[in-house]
Design a protein around this ligand. Sequence first.
Ligand code: IPD
Ligand code: CA
Ligand code: CA
Length: 254
Amino acid sequence: MPISLLVLENIMREAGSIALRYFNDLDNIAINRKSSRDLVTDADVAVEAFLKEALTKAYPQYGFWGEESGQSDNQTNRWIVDPIDGTHSFSKGQYFWSISVALEIEQELMAGSVYAPALDDLYIASKGKGAVKNGKAISVSTETSLADSMIATGFACLRSYLVENNLDRFARIAEETTGQRRFGSAAMDLCLVADGQVDAFWEQELNLYDVAAGALIAKEASGTVTDFKGNEGVFPKQILATNGKILDQLLALM
Ligand code: IPD
Ligand code: CA
Ligand code: CA
Protein backbone atom coordinates (compact mmCIF):
# COMPACT_ATOMS: atom_id res chain seq x y z
CA MET A 1 0.00 0.00 0.00
CA PRO A 2 1.56 3.30 -1.08
CA ILE A 3 0.16 5.33 1.86
CA SER A 4 -0.84 4.96 5.50
CA LEU A 5 -4.63 4.84 5.96
CA LEU A 6 -4.15 6.25 9.44
CA VAL A 7 -2.44 9.34 8.04
CA LEU A 8 -5.27 9.70 5.49
CA GLU A 9 -7.93 9.28 8.18
CA ASN A 10 -6.33 11.96 10.37
CA ILE A 11 -6.19 14.37 7.43
CA MET A 12 -9.88 13.64 6.64
CA ARG A 13 -10.92 14.33 10.23
CA GLU A 14 -9.01 17.61 10.33
CA ALA A 15 -10.61 18.62 7.02
CA GLY A 16 -13.96 17.69 8.57
CA SER A 17 -13.46 19.95 11.55
CA ILE A 18 -12.59 22.86 9.25
CA ALA A 19 -15.78 22.20 7.24
CA LEU A 20 -17.88 21.96 10.41
CA ARG A 21 -16.66 25.35 11.64
CA TYR A 22 -18.17 26.90 8.49
CA PHE A 23 -21.27 24.68 8.66
CA ASN A 24 -21.97 25.90 12.19
CA ASP A 25 -21.71 29.52 11.05
CA LEU A 26 -23.63 29.41 7.76
CA ASP A 27 -25.11 32.89 8.18
CA ASN A 28 -21.65 34.42 7.96
CA ILE A 29 -20.09 32.58 5.05
CA ALA A 30 -20.00 33.54 1.39
CA ILE A 31 -21.99 31.32 -0.97
CA ASN A 32 -21.14 32.11 -4.59
CA ARG A 33 -22.30 30.68 -7.91
CA LYS A 34 -19.80 29.20 -10.35
CA SER A 35 -22.71 28.85 -12.76
CA SER A 36 -26.47 29.05 -12.40
CA ARG A 37 -26.69 25.78 -10.45
CA ASP A 38 -23.12 25.27 -9.25
CA LEU A 39 -22.38 26.68 -5.79
CA VAL A 40 -19.05 27.28 -4.10
CA THR A 41 -18.75 28.42 -0.49
CA ASP A 42 -15.87 29.63 1.66
CA ALA A 43 -15.86 26.12 3.12
CA ASP A 44 -15.21 24.41 -0.26
CA VAL A 45 -12.22 26.68 -0.83
CA ALA A 46 -10.81 26.39 2.71
CA VAL A 47 -11.19 22.60 2.91
CA GLU A 48 -9.54 22.12 -0.46
CA ALA A 49 -6.64 24.45 0.46
CA PHE A 50 -6.09 22.45 3.66
CA LEU A 51 -6.25 19.09 1.85
CA LYS A 52 -3.88 20.22 -0.86
CA GLU A 53 -1.31 21.35 1.69
CA ALA A 54 -1.69 18.39 4.06
CA LEU A 55 -1.71 15.66 1.39
CA THR A 56 1.16 17.19 -0.55
CA LYS A 57 3.21 17.62 2.63
CA ALA A 58 2.63 14.02 3.73
CA TYR A 59 3.11 12.58 0.21
CA PRO A 60 5.08 14.99 -2.00
CA GLN A 61 5.46 12.28 -4.67
CA TYR A 62 1.78 12.57 -5.69
CA GLY A 63 0.10 15.30 -7.70
CA PHE A 64 -3.22 16.89 -6.82
CA TRP A 65 -6.52 17.44 -8.60
CA GLY A 66 -9.18 19.32 -6.67
CA GLU A 67 -12.57 20.46 -7.90
CA GLU A 68 -11.95 24.07 -6.86
CA SER A 69 -8.24 24.61 -7.56
CA GLY A 70 -7.67 22.33 -10.55
CA GLN A 71 -4.72 20.14 -11.45
CA SER A 72 -1.08 20.28 -10.39
CA ASP A 73 1.80 19.01 -12.54
CA ASN A 74 1.95 15.29 -11.75
CA GLN A 75 -1.36 13.80 -12.89
CA THR A 76 -0.07 10.23 -13.36
CA ASN A 77 -0.08 9.57 -9.62
CA ARG A 78 -2.48 11.92 -7.91
CA TRP A 79 -4.94 12.78 -5.19
CA ILE A 80 -8.45 13.37 -6.53
CA VAL A 81 -10.40 15.63 -4.21
CA ASP A 82 -13.91 16.96 -3.85
CA PRO A 83 -13.66 19.22 -0.78
CA ILE A 84 -17.43 19.34 -0.21
CA ASP A 85 -19.61 16.94 -2.16
CA GLY A 86 -23.16 18.11 -1.64
CA THR A 87 -22.58 21.86 -1.40
CA HIS A 88 -26.31 22.59 -1.88
CA SER A 89 -27.20 20.42 1.12
CA PHE A 90 -24.34 22.00 3.11
CA SER A 91 -25.49 25.53 2.27
CA LYS A 92 -28.98 24.76 3.58
CA GLY A 93 -27.79 23.27 6.86
CA GLN A 94 -28.67 19.68 5.88
CA TYR A 95 -26.44 16.84 7.09
CA PHE A 96 -25.80 14.83 3.91
CA TRP A 97 -22.56 16.23 2.50
CA SER A 98 -19.09 14.82 2.51
CA ILE A 99 -15.40 15.28 1.85
CA SER A 100 -14.05 12.92 -0.79
CA VAL A 101 -10.37 12.03 -1.31
CA ALA A 102 -8.98 9.29 -3.55
CA LEU A 103 -5.47 8.25 -4.47
CA GLU A 104 -5.04 7.17 -8.10
CA ILE A 105 -1.79 5.59 -9.28
CA GLU A 106 -1.40 5.14 -13.03
CA GLN A 107 -5.17 5.23 -13.56
CA GLU A 108 -5.87 2.74 -10.79
CA LEU A 109 -7.72 3.75 -7.62
CA MET A 110 -5.54 2.63 -4.71
CA ALA A 111 -7.15 4.31 -1.69
CA GLY A 112 -10.20 6.38 -0.93
CA SER A 113 -11.96 8.02 1.96
CA VAL A 114 -15.31 9.76 2.25
CA TYR A 115 -16.07 11.62 5.48
CA ALA A 116 -19.47 13.07 6.35
CA PRO A 117 -18.57 15.43 9.22
CA ALA A 118 -22.14 16.36 10.24
CA LEU A 119 -22.94 12.64 10.68
CA ASP A 120 -19.41 11.77 11.86
CA ASP A 121 -19.33 8.81 9.46
CA LEU A 122 -15.91 8.06 8.03
CA TYR A 123 -15.53 5.53 5.21
CA ILE A 124 -12.12 4.36 4.06
CA ALA A 125 -10.81 1.68 1.72
CA SER A 126 -7.65 0.58 0.01
CA LYS A 127 -7.38 -1.65 -3.00
CA GLY A 128 -7.70 -5.33 -2.11
CA LYS A 129 -8.09 -4.65 1.63
CA GLY A 130 -11.85 -4.16 1.98
CA ALA A 131 -13.86 -1.16 3.15
CA VAL A 132 -14.38 0.17 6.64
CA LYS A 133 -16.90 2.56 8.21
CA ASN A 134 -16.00 4.10 11.56
CA GLY A 135 -13.48 1.32 12.20
CA LYS A 136 -15.74 -1.63 11.25
CA ALA A 137 -15.62 -3.68 8.04
CA ILE A 138 -18.66 -3.12 5.83
CA SER A 139 -20.24 -4.93 2.91
CA VAL A 140 -23.07 -4.40 0.46
CA SER A 141 -26.63 -5.59 1.13
CA THR A 142 -27.84 -9.13 0.51
CA GLU A 143 -31.05 -8.04 -1.26
CA THR A 144 -31.75 -10.13 -4.35
CA SER A 145 -35.13 -8.80 -5.41
CA LEU A 146 -35.38 -5.56 -7.35
CA ALA A 147 -38.95 -5.16 -6.10
CA ASP A 148 -37.68 -4.96 -2.52
CA SER A 149 -34.70 -2.76 -3.34
CA MET A 150 -34.04 0.82 -2.29
CA ILE A 151 -32.10 2.81 -4.89
CA ALA A 152 -30.25 6.13 -4.56
CA THR A 153 -29.91 8.57 -7.45
CA GLY A 154 -29.21 12.17 -8.34
CA PHE A 155 -31.12 14.41 -10.70
CA ALA A 156 -28.87 15.57 -13.45
CA CYS A 157 -32.20 16.17 -15.24
CA LEU A 158 -32.36 19.53 -13.50
CA ARG A 159 -29.56 20.58 -15.84
CA SER A 160 -31.55 21.90 -18.71
CA TYR A 161 -28.65 21.61 -21.19
CA LEU A 162 -28.85 17.79 -21.07
CA VAL A 163 -30.84 16.31 -23.92
CA GLU A 164 -31.11 12.94 -22.21
CA ASN A 165 -32.29 13.72 -18.69
CA ASN A 166 -32.91 11.23 -15.88
CA LEU A 167 -36.66 11.33 -15.84
CA ASP A 168 -37.52 8.33 -18.03
CA ARG A 169 -35.06 6.12 -16.16
CA PHE A 170 -36.23 7.46 -12.84
CA ALA A 171 -39.83 6.62 -13.68
CA ARG A 172 -38.97 3.09 -14.85
CA ILE A 173 -36.93 2.38 -11.72
CA ALA A 174 -39.57 3.94 -9.47
CA GLU A 175 -42.19 1.56 -10.85
CA GLU A 176 -40.06 -1.54 -10.19
CA THR A 177 -38.48 -0.82 -6.77
CA THR A 178 -39.46 -0.09 -3.18
CA GLY A 179 -38.18 3.46 -3.40
CA GLN A 180 -35.63 5.88 -4.73
CA ARG A 181 -33.72 8.37 -2.58
CA ARG A 182 -31.96 11.59 -3.49
CA PHE A 183 -29.48 12.26 -0.68
CA GLY A 184 -27.48 15.02 -2.40
CA SER A 185 -23.92 13.72 -2.32
CA ALA A 186 -22.78 11.20 -4.91
CA ALA A 187 -19.71 10.30 -2.82
CA MET A 188 -22.01 9.46 0.10
CA ASP A 189 -24.47 7.60 -2.15
CA LEU A 190 -21.68 5.21 -3.16
CA CYS A 191 -20.76 4.68 0.50
CA LEU A 192 -24.41 3.92 1.31
CA VAL A 193 -24.25 1.14 -1.29
CA ALA A 194 -21.03 -0.09 0.34
CA ASP A 195 -22.72 -0.06 3.74
CA GLY A 196 -25.89 -1.82 2.57
CA GLN A 197 -28.11 1.17 3.41
CA VAL A 198 -29.23 1.26 -0.21
CA ASP A 199 -29.02 -1.60 -2.70
CA ALA A 200 -27.80 0.49 -5.64
CA PHE A 201 -26.99 4.02 -6.80
CA TRP A 202 -27.04 5.50 -10.29
CA GLU A 203 -26.42 8.95 -11.71
CA GLN A 204 -25.16 10.55 -14.90
CA GLU A 205 -22.98 13.54 -15.79
CA LEU A 206 -20.79 13.43 -12.70
CA ASN A 207 -17.04 14.12 -12.55
CA LEU A 208 -14.26 11.82 -11.39
CA TYR A 209 -13.77 13.83 -8.20
CA ASP A 210 -17.42 13.15 -7.24
CA VAL A 211 -17.08 9.37 -7.45
CA ALA A 212 -13.42 8.22 -7.28
CA ALA A 213 -13.26 7.55 -3.53
CA GLY A 214 -16.83 6.25 -3.22
CA ALA A 215 -16.42 3.88 -6.17
CA LEU A 216 -13.38 2.23 -4.59
CA ILE A 217 -15.22 1.97 -1.26
CA ALA A 218 -18.25 0.37 -2.97
CA LYS A 219 -16.05 -2.11 -4.85
CA GLU A 220 -14.05 -2.99 -1.75
CA ALA A 221 -17.34 -3.69 0.05
CA SER A 222 -18.05 -6.32 -2.66
CA GLY A 223 -20.25 -4.08 -4.78
CA THR A 224 -20.22 -3.67 -8.55
CA VAL A 225 -19.31 -0.40 -10.28
CA THR A 226 -20.19 -0.18 -13.98
CA ASP A 227 -21.70 2.06 -16.60
CA PHE A 228 -25.36 1.72 -17.61
CA LYS A 229 -24.48 -1.11 -19.97
CA GLY A 230 -22.65 -3.15 -17.34
CA ASN A 231 -19.08 -2.38 -18.44
CA GLU A 232 -16.87 -2.58 -15.36
CA GLY A 233 -15.01 0.57 -14.34
CA VAL A 234 -15.59 4.04 -12.98
CA PHE A 235 -17.52 6.05 -15.57
CA PRO A 236 -18.54 9.35 -13.95
CA LYS A 237 -20.79 10.31 -16.88
CA GLN A 238 -22.86 7.15 -16.29
CA ILE A 239 -22.24 5.42 -12.99
CA LEU A 240 -24.13 2.47 -11.57
CA ALA A 241 -23.08 0.87 -8.27
CA THR A 242 -24.96 -2.14 -6.93
CA ASN A 243 -24.77 -4.95 -4.41
CA GLY A 244 -24.14 -7.29 -7.36
CA LYS A 245 -27.29 -9.35 -6.75
CA ILE A 246 -29.66 -6.89 -8.43
CA LEU A 247 -27.20 -5.74 -11.12
CA ASP A 248 -28.78 -7.63 -14.03
CA GLN A 249 -32.32 -6.66 -13.03
CA LEU A 250 -31.32 -2.99 -12.84
CA LEU A 251 -29.32 -3.06 -16.07
CA ALA A 252 -32.49 -4.17 -17.84
CA LEU A 253 -34.13 -0.88 -16.74
CA MET A 254 -31.23 1.45 -17.54
C1 IPD B 1 -22.86 17.26 -6.52
C2 IPD B 1 -23.34 16.08 -5.69
C3 IPD B 1 -24.74 15.70 -6.08
C4 IPD B 1 -24.85 15.37 -7.54
C5 IPD B 1 -24.35 16.55 -8.36
C6 IPD B 1 -22.91 16.90 -7.96
P1 IPD B 1 -21.13 19.11 -5.58
O1 IPD B 1 -21.54 17.64 -6.18
O2 IPD B 1 -22.50 14.96 -5.85
O3 IPD B 1 -25.19 14.56 -5.37
O4 IPD B 1 -26.17 15.10 -7.89
O5 IPD B 1 -24.42 16.22 -9.71
O6 IPD B 1 -22.45 17.98 -8.75
O7 IPD B 1 -21.36 20.09 -6.69
O8 IPD B 1 -21.98 19.37 -4.42
O9 IPD B 1 -19.69 18.92 -5.28
CA1 CA C 1 -19.23 16.86 -6.11
CA1 CA D 1 -17.83 19.86 -4.56
